[in-house]
Write a protein that binds this ligand. Structure first.
Ligand SMILES: [Zn+2]
Length: 310
């Protein structure tokens, strides 16, 4: 005869086994969801081969209006940019297009790529919808699908970003324009480029440093213009920048104007492209009169960018 205690004991060991199996399975699934790494972009790399194949198949599926041709799950590979890479080689090797790489990595421009940077390569072309607040609702799914002329079932809601991903979608008009640098105007009428963007020898310490903007030499008092429409979100002294103005633009962009001798706008002022905002000077860490000009996208990004818009 089995008594009640024995029964309880059997029951508890049964529960323990069930729990062990459950946790093991959970661990395995989590491993499956961990990022996949692309060690290199050699065509012989089997992971690259499989990625390129997925991209091709998913492109076909995203374009098809046949509900039976389905997309695979949205997944990302992580790739560390090497010295010999640039935006366009990475794009070509991975079967991506400009819009997809830019949108997934929130790049400010095709120059916004540097060795050592980790970038994400999705297993399908497409873009994130760029409205600031998005919710996982059928109403939004249908509205966005209509905007991109695709079927609602093809869209993914990415919980980690709280954004809709549109397979096969393109960057929307203004986003594309900014990405190419056409959204910005010259901050000075006439100037000489005295220091470019990227690595340089620091004029003070002579050590190699990274210059996150461009230096435009012009005499003190030269008018400085807003490079695009936006709002003044900073107008003060800031370390090496000296007197600095930061303008916040749409789509996460901001421009910075350093070493100013004079401020001509207040905090919170809404400015139009071409409005006079200050005057050139040499405040902060500057060897002579010049404007330090930067373009950034999303303040969390530490990589300031200069595109060929000057
Ligand atoms: Zn500078």
């Amino acid at each position: 005869m089995i008594n009640i205690f024995q029964l309880l004991e059997y029951f508890s060991s049964f529960i323990r086994i069930v729990l062990a199996v459950y946790f093991f399975l959970q661990m395995v699934t989590q491993l499956g969801a961990s990022p996949m790494y692309l060690a290199n972009l050699e065509y012989s790399n089997p992971k690259l081969k499989s990625l390129r194949n997925d991209v091709k198949e998913n492109l076909r599926a995203s374009r098809s209006h046949n509900e039976n041709i389905q997309l695979t799950k949205l997944e990302f590979y992580v790739y560390t940019v090497s010295k010999s890479d640039n935006f366009f080689t990475i794009m070509a090797r991975t079967g991506m297009n400009l819009d997809s790489l830019s949108s997934v990595n929130e790049l400010a421009s095709p120059q916004d790529i540097f060795p050592g940077q980790k970038i994400l390569i999705p297993n399908m072309r497409g873009v994130y919808y760029n409205k600031e607040i998005q919710t996982n609702s059928d109403k939004e799914r249908i509205a966005i699908a209509k905007e991109f002329k695709t079927l609602p079932e093809k869209l993914f809601f990415d919980e980690s970003r709280s954004k809709w991903f549109v397979p096969g979608g393109d960057l929307q008009g203004r986003e594309k324009m900014f990405f190419y640098g056409f959204g910005f105007a010259k901050p000075l009428l006439a100037s000489v480029l005295s220091s470019g963007f990227g690595k340089r020898n620091d004029p003070f310490t002579r050590n190699e440093t990274f210059h996150g903007g461009v230096d435009l030499a012009a005499p003190q008092g030269t008018p400085v213009f807003a490079s695009a429409d936006g709002e003044i979100i900073f107008r003060n002294k800031k370390g090496g920048y000296g007197n600095l103005i930061i303008i916040k633009h749409e789509l996460g962009y901001e421009t910075r104007y350093g070493h100013l001798s004079k401020f001509l706008v207040k905090m919170g002022t809404k400015v139009k492209k071409g409005d006079k905002i200050g005057e050139v000077g040499h405040t902060g860490r500057a060897t002579g009169d010049h404007l330090h000009f930067e373009v950034r996208r999303f303040s969390k990004r530490q990589k300031p960018v200069f595109t060929g818009h000057l």
